[in-house]
Design a protein around this ligand. Structure first.
Ligand code: SAM
Length: 278
């Protein structure tokens, strides 16, 4: 598919505001298809099909592709594609406004996969939406900014391990699929990119008694990165240092450690102890 020729045919000028960077190098597409382990009866939701480069490849391997595009200016090009491929359904909508449970019922026979080259200005809300809808989504293979990919797949003890890593890894197994250079897109974005795969879990990776308290503790712990967990929690949760020290001890965590060194199980154990103090 020739991206430049389609842009010329339909008079399309990429919108910066909508994060439009179209893939012109096909090799990342094949890595994404491979990572998505597509079968012919799979249902796929594509977010932001753009000119349909990925859509076309998905349609040749999956049973059905539902492509949600916000920009009406891209619809004529996409409609031409959908007319030739009966398993492509187009929805002209903002993905953040979509009810994914309804999409699962209306378009797919059960769970579906998400495969997408995301609009980067809304990466985090889309990822959180995917995680929140994990009961309908089997996996997500998504192109994101390289830094986000590194944070999503980071291990404890590394600089990139933070709130996003904990929030996503609690509900998904994360793999970094490949790195993608700026020159793979037209126009090239300002940042490097990478593809990650999230295999959504039915049950969280560790037993979290109270999710609200768990995330309060995680946010507070990472709130002041240069401080120890003890000091960060004491100032962010307005709790006495002695109590925090006791909670850390009961959870088996050295009080001098910093948040980025704690494993998710340790955050869970700590939040169980902190819950007793709130
Ligand atoms: N999939 C195409 C490709 O790989 O060449 C285009 C990817 S481009 C990075 C992101 C796409 O998301 C654009 O087509 C853009 O119009 C679309 N988009 C932006 N905001 C959106 C939203 N809120 N809901 C759905 N699509 C959106």
């Amino acid at each position: 598919m020739n991206v430049k020729a389609i842009m010329r045919e339909f008079g399309i000028r990429p919108s910066k505001r909508l994060g439009q960077h179209f893939l012109i190098d096909e090799s990342p597409l094949y890595s994404m298809l491979e990572a998505a382990e597509l079968k012919e009866d799979d249902g796929v939701l594509e977010i932001g099909p753009g000119l349909g480069v990925l859509t076309l490849k998905l349609a040749s391997r999956a049973g059905k592709v539902v492509a949600v595009e916000k920009d009406p200016a891209l619809l004529p090009a996409l409609e031409k594609l959908a007319a030739r491929h009966k398993n492509i359904c187009l929805i002209n909508e903002d993905v953040l406004k979509l009810n994914l449970e309804q999409i699962a019922k209306e378009y797919f026979d059960g769970k579906f996969k998400v495969v997408a080259n995301l609009p980067y200005y809304i990466t985090s809300p889309i990822i959180m939406k995917i995680v929140e809808n994990r009961h309908f989504i089997e996996m997500a293979v998504i192109m994101v900014q390289k830094e986000v990919a590194e944070r999503l797949s980071a291990s404890p003890g590394t600089r990139d391990f933070g709130i996003l890593s904990v929030a996503v890894q609690l509900y998904a197994e994360v793999d970094l699929v490949c790195r993608v250079s700026k020159s793979a897109f037209l126009p090239p974005p300002k940042v490097e990119s990478a593809v990650v795969r999230l295999k959504l879990r039915e049950n969280p990776a560790v037993d979290v008694e109270d999710e609200k308290v768990f995330f309060r503790v995680v946010e507070a712990a990472f709130g002041e990165r240069r401080k120890t967990v003890k000091n960060s929690l004491a100032s962010r949760l307005s709790l006495p240092s002695d109590g925090i020290r006791e909670a850390l001890k009961k959870a088996g965590i050295d009080e001098n450690r910093r948040a980025e060194t704690l494993r998710i199980e340790e955050f869970a154990a700590l939040s169980r102890e902190i819950a007793k103090m709130l």
